[in-house]
Design a protein around this ligand. Structure first.
Ligand SMILES: NC(=O)c1ccc[n+]([C@@H]2O[C@H](COP(=O)([O-])OP(=O)(O)OC[C@H]3O[C@@H](n4cnc5c(N)ncnc54)[C@H](O)[C@@H]3O)[C@@H](O)[C@H]2O)c1
Length: 360
């Protein structure tokens, strides 16, 4: 029985590792990069800053100037924090094998994390070809890099998604449940999982697949429900509760996911091994419960019922039992502390941005 993964053991296991994050300047990636630097790991972020990042934020027209400035502040904070922590950032498009291979071979990673995607299933649905390319062409290049330059990389971590499960048929799903993805985003994730396992099976690559769900946290600009609710509360707009807000999601604070991903790197047993982990809080909560946390931070928030959208996916809890057993993982942040902390941070950022714009 290996000794449990304590912080000291994690640091020891990660000594000498060099981790490259492809699509690493996004929400998950920059937080993971900071988490890795905390353990002293040499970390490279590769990103073309295109999708849900700087380029989108300056070029999208359906966003008001206040929120553009707010997002810009979040993005600037990401880059400042990464630079101060010693993360190396390289601007490259991972759809190009030549460009990716060049930055990776200069860095010499021992581990590669694949994150690039259109990270919203709704947005991906509007541009299926781009969704395919950003998820799968980039993944092809990451996997081929490990095959063509076999020395060095002992682990590829693929960031999949809870959407591979499709509609949940039971309140809780574990990793043995057969995926039934629907839509381009979830199917591309599932194809990605299959590709990663094929490189494990055929070429002996060490692989880890992680399935997160409904993340929230500082410096996210994706405007999922957790961000839309706090923003609407601050703009005096109603928080819309379809079917009274009884839909359930396994909301997860970014710090818990980062902890789980780092544990999965520290526990990795080398070439040839393959693991899949749900990495979530491990207890689905209702949209109404989410709204109530917003109301506790912004008491004027308006909660408004709406008829249920019949085509909404049916979701629930992702069991984290496997991650608990193998990685000694235990999520630390329920909504009442994690989401509350995030909402308080958001209010502060909102006020700062207002003051900044007034002063200019
Ligand atoms: N955030 C969530 O709740 C969540 C849940 C489950 C799975 N995921 C998955 O996790 C991954 C990261 O999610 P996120 O929330 O950090 O998304 P994000 O949109 O914040 O980050 C994605 C990053 O990938 C970069 N990118 C896209 N195409 C690229 C390319 N061709 N070359 C280089 N960089 C490129 C983008 O510029 C962006 O910085 C995605 O694969 C997403 O599908 C996210």
């Amino acid at each position: 029985m290996p000794s449990p993964l304590t912080p000291a053991r994690i640091k020891k296991n990660l000594t000498g590792q060099r981790v490259a994050l492809v699509g690493g300047a996004g929400f998950i990636g920059h937080n993971l990069a900071l988490g890795l630097r905390h353990y002293g790991v040499e970390t490279l972020v590769v990103d073309n800053l295109m999708q849900n990042n700087l380029v989108d934020n300056v070029s999208t027209i359906d966003i008001d100037s206040f929120r553009r400035e707010l997002n810009h502040g979040f993005l600037r904070q990401r880059f400042d924090m990464m630079r101060d922590a010693g993360v190396v950032l390289r601007n490259a498009d991972a759809r190009s094998m030549t460009d990716l291979a060049e930055v990776l071979s200069q860095f010499g990673p021992t581990k590669l994390v694949h994150l690039s995607a259109i990270s919203s299933a709704l947005d991906a649905r509007k541009v299926p070809g781009l969704c395919f390319d950003l998820q799968l062409i980039t993944l092809r290049n990451v996997l081929e890099y490990t095959r063509l330059f076999p020395k060095g990389v002992d682990q590829v971590m693929f960031v999949s998604s809870s959407t591979v499960y499709g509609d949940f048929e039971t309140p809780t799903v574990d990793e043995s449940v057969r995926p039934k993805p629907y839509g381009i985003y979830a199917n591309a994730k599932y194809m990605g999982e299959r590709l990663v396992r094929t490189y494990n099976d055929q070429y002996g690559l060490g692989v880890t697949i992680v399935r997160p769900s409904a993340l929230y946290g500082e410096r996210c600009i994706s405007r999922r429900v957790s961000q839309a609710f706090i923003e609407n509360a601050l703009m005096g707009k109603p928080l819309l509760l379809e079917g009274g807000g009884d839909g359930r999601l396994d909301f997860t604070y970014i710090e818990d996911l980062v902890d789980g991903m780092i544990r999965a790197m520290a526990a990795h047993e080398g070439p040839g091994t393959s693991n899949t982990f749900n990495l979530t809080f491990g207890n689905a909560r209702t949209i109404l419960e989410l709204a109530n946390v917003v109301k506790s931070v912004v008491p004027d928030a308006i909660l408004e019922d709406r008829p249920r959208d019949q085509i909404k996916p049916v979701r629930g809890t992702l069991s984290t039992k496997r991650a608990e057993e193998v990685l000694n993982f235990k999520a630390q942040w329920p909504l009442e502390t994690g989401y509350r902390r995030y909402c308080e941070w958001y209010v502060d950022q909102w006020e700062r941005t207002k003051r900044h714009l007034q002063a200019n």
